[in-house]
Design a protein around this ligand. Structure first.
Ligand code: UDP
Length: 242
């Protein structure tokens, strides 16, 4: 896979199909492979957070999520061939796991949400095995017990929805111990699956305006969303400095 360097953060230039093919290989290999789907906000944090940057740069697959990274790739002159959102990648991974009767563990979101998301996934993908779910509001002292619970369930795919960078840092911390074949941070995707949060309608998706739709739904996120224009400007000025 070709990697693109955006502000020192490496992302894979993958199409939807390539991301799925890589996923198939990752869950067939030994150890717990790590998949990350950074958006511009995460890339901005990673420019300041050395640990997060290392986690992303060492990951087994880094799928550029969000329109900000597509714009950045164009500014750099190495355009991403396709926008692959984290939620779309999750959908194709679930579809594949359904075909092979694979299993998932859903960790994160408010109590009840992961369960509800699991029910919805099961309705859509009846052959998918849900090996376990657990909410995301546990303390650091409970982490070992949570990892044990996941390992007892031995899922093929561990989906962690704790928000970024918490989810990436937790997976990295326990990667060696984890008995899942692959793990991914999925942010708010369980909320969307459970119906707690609506995904942007197609119009917003097609025009790269998912951020606007999310802002309308969750106006309190406006400060976090300022990362998008700040990110684009940073990429632009960095390019002109070179
Ligand atoms: N979350 C969690 N535990 C925490 C903090 C957040 O389980 O300690 C969950 C939260 O309920 C939400 C998810 O993490 O379902 C993603 O949060 P956010 O929307 O901030 O993430 P993003 O999609 O922006 O990465």
């Amino acid at each position: 896979m070709k990697r693109l360097d955006i502000l020192g953060i490496h992302v894979d230039k993958v199409t939807k199909e390539e991301a799925l093919n890589t996923f198939k290989k990752l869950i067939a290999s030994d150890g717990c492979q790590m998949i990350i789907t950074p958006n511009s906000e995460i890339v901005m944090s990673a420019t300041k957070d050395h640990h997060l940057r290392t986690i992303i740069n060492d990951a087994d697959m880094v799928i550029p999520d969000g329109i900000g990274l597509v714009y950045a790739s164009r500014i750099i002159g190495q355009p991403l061939r396709e926008r692959v959102t984290g939620i779309d990648f999750l959908e194709s991974a679930l579809n594949y796991l359904n075909q092979i009767k694979g299993s998932i563990f859903l960790l994160g979101s408010k109590p009840g949400v992961a369960n509800k998301a699991a029910e919805k996934m099961k309705e859509k993908y009846p052959d998918l095995l849900i090996s376990g779910t657990y909410h995301g509001y546990f303390g650091e002292g409970d982490e070992e017990a949570v990892i044990q619970m996941i390992n007892d369930a031995r899922p093929d795919f561990l989906c962690v929805a704790l928000g970024s960078p918490k989810q990436e840092k937790m997976v990295k911390k326990y990667q060696e111990q984890l008995k899942a074949k692959a793990a991914i941070g999925i942010g708010g995707s369980l909320d969307v699956w459970a119906g707690e949060l609506k995904r942007a309608p197609k119009f917003y998706q097609d025009y790269g305006l998912e951020w606007l739709y999310r802002l309308i739904q969750q106006p309190s996120r406006y400060k976090r969303m300022a990362a998008l224009p700040a990110f684009i400007l940073k990429v632009f000025f960095r390019r002109n400095k070179k």
